[in-house]
Design a protein around this ligand. Structure first.
Ligand code: GTQ
Length: 357
C-alpha cells in the first residue's frame, strides 16, 4: 500500500469539485485551514499610539459640531487600521474618547455590552448607574455593568473627557446585543452620590447581602484610593520586571474582575524603571494617567505622556521605561482568555539575565 497518492486529478477537477461544494454551502477544509485555524496569533491588530493633543483637539471639534443629546454619546472611536470600518481597537476591544460639555446630558440607556471609563480631564461631571450617581475626577475608574441604565451629565463649567472601554465585539461575536433607551434623558436617582463605595468599598458588606446578580455592586474606584494602593505597594514590594507595580480592579463581592470579559488595572513604573519585554495573549488598550516614559510595542517606540492612549495587540512584545514616575491604566480581555483556558504569557528570558541590553 502506498502512502496515499491520488492519481490523475487535474487542477480543473479540483476547481469543479470546489464549485460544486460551494453550491451546496460546503468548503474543503484543506483550502481554508490556514485562515480559520492559524498556528500562531496574527490578527490582533497593529500597535498604535494616539497622542493626547490630537485626541483632545478632535474631541473639542466634535463638541462644536454635535451635541451629546443628538449624538447620544459624543465619542471618537479609537479604530485600529487593521480593522478599518469596524471600530475595533483590538480584535476584541472597543475604545473611545467621550466628551461631555457643560450643561449637557448623555441620555440614559442600557445595553448588553459592559462599559468601563477612565476619567482623563475635568472634575465634577457625573455618571449615573442604576439609580446612583458618582461624581468623577481624573484617574477615577467607573464601570457600567451589562444591562444597567446609565447616563452622564456635566453640571460644571468645564469640558469633561474620559476613555471608554466596552466589550461590544464579544457581545457581537455571540450575537447577544440588546439595547433600550430610558424614557427620560436622566434616570431617577434613589440613593446618595457615591453610596455604593460606602456600602461595598470598605472591606465590609451590608449584613445579609446576597450576590444575586453576576455584576459588581461597586462601580466607582476613585483615583486617590488607587494611587495610595500603588504607593503602599511600592514601599513594600519589588516591581515585576515587566509589569511594574500593578493592581487589578476587582468586584469586592467576588474577588474577581468586575467584568467577565475585561480586566482593568493600574500600574506604577517608578522613575528610572527599565522593563523587560513581555507578551501575553490578551490584547490591551492603555492610557497614561501620570508621568512620562517610553513604550515599545512590536517594532514601534513611542514617547508617552499624560492621557496618551495606545494599543498593545495580543502577543506583541512590549516594554516600559519610566523617565519619571509613570502610572498607566490598561484594560484587556485577560479575564476572558483565562476563563476560556487560552491564557499564555512570556517574558524575554535573555533580557532578564542581562544578555540583551
Ligand atoms: O457611555 O454609554 O463609547 O453606550 C459607546 C457606547 C460609550 C456610553 C461608548 C456607549 C457609551
Amino acid at each position: 500500500m502506498s502512502g496515499g497518492t491520488v492519481a490523475s486529478q487535474t487542477q480543473a477537477d479540483r476547481e469543479e469539485f470546489q464549485a460544486d461544494l460551494a453550491a451546496d454551502n460546503l468548503q474543503p477544509l484543506w483550502d481554508i485551514v490556514g485562515r480559520i485555524a492559524a498556528r500562531a496569533p496574527s490578527r490582533g491588530g497593529v500597535p498604535i499610539h494616539w497622542p493626547w493633543g490630537g485626541l483632545r483637539d478632535h474631541a473639542m471639534r466634535a463638541g462644536n459640531l454635535i451635541t451629546a443629546e443628538e449624538a447620544e454619546r459624543r465619542v471618537l472611536v479609537l479604530e485600529n487600521p487593521s480593522f478599518a470600518g469596524e471600530g475595533r481597537a483590538t480584535s476584541s476591544l472597543y475604545a473611545g474618547i467621550q466628551l461631555i460639555l457643560p450643561g449637557e446630558i448623555a441620555p440614559s440607556h442600557k445595553h448588553t455590552a459592559s462599559a468601563l471609563r477612565l476619567i482623563m480631564e475635568g472634575e465634577g461631571a457625573y455618571t449615573a448607574v442604576d439609580g446612583e450617581r458618582v461624581v468623577m475626577s481624573p484617574g477615577d475608574f467607573v464601570v457600567t455593568p451589562s444591562n444597567t441604565f446609565h447616563d452622564h451629565g456635566n453640571e460644571t463649567d468645564a469640558p469633561v473627557m474620559w476613555l471608554d472601554g466596552l466589550d461590544v465585539f464579544v457581545v457581537n461575536l455571540l450575537n447577544a446585543p440588546f439595547g433600550e433607551e430610558y424614557p427620560e434623558s436622566a434616570q431617577p436617582i434613589s440613593r446618595p452620590d457615591g453610596y455604593s463605595l460606602e456600602r461595598f468599598g470598605r472591606g465590609m458588606l451590608p449584613h445579609g447581602f446576597v450576590r444575586s446578580e453576576a455584576r459588581s455592586p461597586l462601580f466607582w474606584w476613585p483615583y486617590h484610593h488607587t494611587r495610595a494602593a500603588l504607593d503602599g505597594m511600592r514601599r513594600e514590594e519589588q516591581a515585576d520586571p515587566s509589569l511594574g507595580l500593578r493592581m487589578d480592579y476587582i468586584d469586592p463581592t467576588s474577588g474577581q474582575s468586575p467584568f467577565k470579559t475585561m480586566t482593568a488595572s493600574m500600574s506604577l513604573f517608578p522613575a528610572g524603571y527599565r522593563g523587560v519585554p513581555y507578551r501575553a495573549i490578551s490584547g490591551a488598550v492603555m492610557t497614561v494617567v501620570e508621568g512620562a516614559g517610553t513604550v515599545r510595542v512590536g517594532d514601534e517606540t513611542w514617547h508617552v505622556t499624560k492621557n496618551d492612549v495606545f494599543v498593545v495587540p495580543s502577543w506583541n512584545w512590549h516594554s516600559f521605561t519610566a523617565e519619571e514616575d509613570l502610572v498607566i491604566f490598561g484594560f484587556s480581555d485577560e479575564v476572558l482568555q483565562r476563563h476560556l483556558g487560552f491564557w499564555r504569557e512570556e517574558r524575554d528570558a535573555a533580557a532578564q539575565i542581562g544578555i540583551r541590553a
